[in-house]
Design a binder for this molecule. Structure first.
Ligand SMILES: Cc1ncc(COP(=O)(O)O)c(C=O)c1O
Length: 305
């Protein structure tokens, strides 16, 4: 990863190379920490806007609450840190990574008084699954790894340790020649991909797993639901089985990093026509217009830097 100038750490801008932690950092050992992934886009008008900043920072506080951690800053301080870190590093587009982690005071699982640290990092990040994937789509594998049970690790939190499950699935998928992993829940229903939410389309109806399942309540997922409804589509949230994916007309993944990525094949079954489908294309085009285009719609989603 290319180094930039500075990182926001515990309330201060520090030089990139000076943002270091002890090997005794509790989160490094046990995974109790939380983070966000946020994108800032340069829009058609030339201005830079952070997409749905408030919702991402609110989710960071929710993740902390789920973990019984108290973030030692007001929400507005972290919002400002996100805007500042872009400016300090001279980025007019980029990815923002607020991270909260526990300090090194005590080891052992029960370390309730360890300091809660906060950092905000920014870097340049292009299309997560590749530029071509946005148009051509990807080949996904249904993972042999199950998403944790709804009462296990608390999937509504974007928690550091959760990503072990995702990385196992991603590595398995990549090692077998696929682009991404689709994960099932403990009951065998479709949950989400390793770092994206999932939508399918069949006979004009758009379906996605419900937030009552063990999925992250994605902010892009919410954006897609809102935009799709505005475009006149019916959205149904609920259980999806693996074979329903195979026989879908269209499947797409969405997330801050992956944006809206079509899935053209799953487990060697061609989805629909094996290319980005018309519903996916419409929603994707609308999404990119809202985040980086020129439409004035949904100004409440864009925090100007
Ligand atoms: C497991 C998982 N699901 C879904 C998402 C998509 O969430 P969002 O759209 O808020 O980025 C992410 C990315 O943060 C994720 O890591």
């Amino acid at each position: 990863m290319d180094k930039l100038e500075a990182i926001w750490l515990d309330g201060k801008m520090v030089a990139w190379d000076d943002a270091r932690v002890s090997v005794l950092t509790h989160t490094l050992h046990y995974g109790v920490g939380a983070f966000e992934g946020i994108r800032a886009y340069k829009r058609g008008s030339g201005e830079t806007a952070i997409f749905r900043l408030r919702e991402h920072i609110e989710r960071l506080y929710d993740s902390a609450k789920i973990l019984s951690l108290k973030i030692p800053y007001e929400l507005e301080v972290l919002e400002k840190a996100c805007a500042d870190i872009l400016k300090v590093n001279g980025l007019d587009e980029g990815y923002l990574r607020p991270l909260i982690f526990l300090g090194d005071e005590k080891m052992g699982l029960y370390a309730p008084d360890n300091t809660v640290h906060v950092s905000v990092i920014a870097w340049k990040w292009g299309a997560y699954l590749g530029e071509a994937a946005l148009e051509r789509g990807i080949h996904a594998k249904v993972s042999s790894y199950t998403r944790a049970h709804i009462n296990s690790t608390m999937a509504k939190g974007k928690v550091v340790g959760h990503y072990v499950n995702s990385i196992l699935a991603k590595r398995e998928a990549k090692a077998a020649g696929y682009d991404e992993a689709i994960m099932l829940d403990a009951n065998g229903y479709v949950a989400e991909a390793s770092g994206e939410n999932l939508f399918m389309v069949r006979r004009g109806v758009i379906r996605t797993p419900s937030t009552a399942q063990c999925i992250l309540e994605g902010i892009t997922r919410d954006t897609v639901i809102t935009l799709a409804k505005e475009l006149g589509y019916t959205i149904v949230e609920g259980f999806i089985s693996r074979d329903e994916l195979y026989t879908a007309d269209e499947v797409f993944l969405c997330g801050t990093a992956a944006e809206i990525t079509p899935v053209r094949e799953i487990d060697h079954r061609v989805i629909g026509r094996g290319a980005r489908g018309p519903v996916t294309q419409k929603i994707q085009a609308r999404f990119f217009d809202v985040v980086r285009g020129t439409t004035p719609d949904h100004p409440e989603w864009r925090a100007r830097v």
